[in-house]
Design a protein around this ligand. Sequence first.
Ligand SMILES: NC(=O)c1ccc[n+]([C@@H]2O[C@H](COP(=O)([O-])OP(=O)(O)OC[C@H]3O[C@@H](n4cnc5c(N)ncnc54)[C@H](OP(=O)(O)O)[C@@H]3O)[C@@H](O)[C@H]2O)c1
Length: 290
Amino acid sequence: MSRTVLITGATGSVSSALLDALDGSALALRALVRDRSRAGALERRGVEVVVGDLGDPSTLPPAFKGVNDVWLLTAMDPRAPENSMNAVWAARQAGVERVVRLSAIGAAHDAPTRNGRLHALSDHELQASGLRWTILRPHAFMQNLLWQAGRIAHDGTFSLNMAQGRLGMIDLRDVADVAAHILRAEPERHHGKIYTPSGPETLSYAEAAEQLGQVLGRTIHYVAADAEDAHAGMVAGGIPHWLAGMFVEYGQALGSGFGDFTTTDVEDVVGRPPRRFADFARDHVAAFAA
Ligand SMILES: NC(=O)c1ccc[n+]([C@@H]2O[C@H](COP(=O)([O-])OP(=O)(O)OC[C@H]3O[C@@H](n4cnc5c(N)ncnc54)[C@H](OP(=O)(O)O)[C@@H]3O)[C@@H](O)[C@H]2O)c1
């Protein structure tokens, strides 16, 4: 009998890519959504849709019933540890065998960002849960640049408070491919492992701008902002205050060398090298085009 996998965060970026990566697999896919009206695309691709909210444990038992494996993704939010806790508890109650959890780069109790410290709480809870577990702590996503795609299209600039920090940033489709390989493998295979998937090279955002410009055929400039301006710009662009503050913390950490590394984890798990920034740029030309 095929294993049933519950995909959380199913309307979001990483889990959508994971569903793509699991297309055609023998796994029975079930997606947890908060709002069924947003699940049309999931239903059209043949995924079973269940409604539930990780913030409300009373909604979770039907979603977790009969599930073998959970892909556990929590949105960046101060309540993420509570949401993760509710999912792990529901998994234990339902007899789930394995949880594969999306954490973040450098998650630790002394991480320089609130997101990293919040993820550490949930990582450690899962590790102590008695369930089989695998944790992914990916590097910063190349797709973060899409948040400024409109500005890049408009005036050829983007702005971050990352100074000239170098990052082993990763295409989130490679994070999804790593997760898909793990979920397809038997539960023992990756149990107890923490992976830190990264891209194949470290780049500064000035270098990323140059590569993006080459693909787009026009000059793109990276503007190194200070923390205050970066925060004000994000809030003006509609990003909630908490998230903007947290992104500024990442900017400061990454600008100071926190992300200046690569790993071989994508190739080790998937068996091919990760996508380069230039691949990401070519695949997203339409989003950045003027
Ligand atoms: N961006 C990066 O560079 C980076 C790097 C490493 C790790 N990460 C990690 O990646 C994760 C974010 O992934 P993403 O970019 O795919 O997120 P995303 O696109 O923002 O999607 C978040 C998903 O979570 C769902 N969700 C939010 N609150 C929920 C709740 N209470 N109950 C059930 N579902 C809920 C949303 O559903 P709705 O449709 O209902 O809103 C949506 O499907 C975070 O944990 C972050 O730390 C990010």
